[in-house]
Design a protein around this ligand. Structure first.
Ligand code: VOV
Length: 249
């Protein structure tokens, strides 16, 4: 058997994509809409407090295009907390005006491909912990897509030696480093949790940098030979004020 990559895990992740039922929303009474928006704002405040207390993190973005209208990306310590959040939200009046578009369950993951050979416990390293339990940035844009590494006869990532995989991940990391300060990536592992092997969530103030980065990576061996990609979701930052504005009829 080939040497498996060792991984470190941090917070569990739920990407919860929703579509707004505009006809129902527009047909509702003003009081019902006001109540629903109050509930929504209550949740946004609660999630911001969790962020503040560093017990998790939540990002809220619109989605451009017809796949969904908005996404809640939640990071929490346990799957139970993620479950509780989605169930609490589903019970709100606001949620009655949305339908579920897509969801993704995963966990923030770091692999050991580029890790040094020190004996220190990585969980004692504050830089590592900050990457495993990150505060999601308030960047203007988000891009999310799930992906696999191919398992074809001639191109099977899992049959390569550790050295071959490490060398390709080095090249991958170098390209990524060229986007430092422009794109922040959160890689979440989802083997055993969802339909693809990883979730890729990117944050940037200039959405064009998503295209530049993903395109450049397509020419890099690990993506060119082994990358298989699911649907892409891209959108814009929402806060309480812009969410209320979005819901204006
Ligand atoms: C901002 C850009 C950026 C940077 C700096 C970056 C760096 C790195 C490093 C250093 C490492 C390895 C160690 C670790 O940290 O785990 C990774 C790991 C990973 N990446 Fe990455 N990646 C980026 C960006 C980035 C993108 C855009 C994609 C999607 C690929 C594409 O073609 O669309 C991606 C994918 C991944 C995946 C799926 C993994 C896990 C692979 C595995 O087999 O375990 N990644 N990544």
């Amino acid at each position: 058997m080939n040497e498996a990559a060792m991984t470190l895990e941090g917070w569990y992740a739920l990407h919860d994509f929703r579509t707004i039922n505009w006809s129902a929303w527009k047909a509702a009474d003003d009081e019902v809409r006001a109540f629903a928006l109050d509930e929504l704002n209550g949740f946004l405040e609660e999630w911001a407090a969790v962020d503040e207390a560093k017990q998790g993190s939540t990002a809220v973005y619109t989605i451009v295009g017809q796949k969904a209208d908005f996404v809640f990306m939640h990071l929490r310590e346990t799957l139970e907390e993620l479950n509780a959040i989605e169930n609490a939200f589903n019970k709100t009046t606001f949620a009655q005006f949305t339908t579920k578009a897509y969801s993704y369950v995963s966990i923030v993951e770091l692999s050991n491909y580029l890790a040094g050979s020190s004996n220190e416990d990585p969980m004692q390293n504050p830089h590592v912990v900050a990457r495993l339990k990150p505060s999601l940035p308030k960047a203007k844009h988000i891009c999310f897509y799930p992906m696999n590494k191919k398992r074809d006869l001639s191109d099977n990532w899992y049959m390569l030696s550790m050295e071959e995989r490490r060398s390709m991940m080095q090249s991958h990391g170098l390209i990524g480093r060229g986007y430092a300060g422009k794109v922040k990536q959160i890689i979440t592992g989802s083997v055993g949790f969802d339909d693809w092997e990883w979730g890729v969530t990117l944050f940037a103030d200039d959405a064009l940098q998503f295209k530049k980065l993903v395109y450049e990576m397509r020419f890099d061996e690990v993506s060119a030979r082994f990358g298989e990609f699911g649907p892409f979701y891209v959108g814009n930052l929402l806060d309480q004020a812009s969410f209320t504005e979005l819901m204006k009829v």
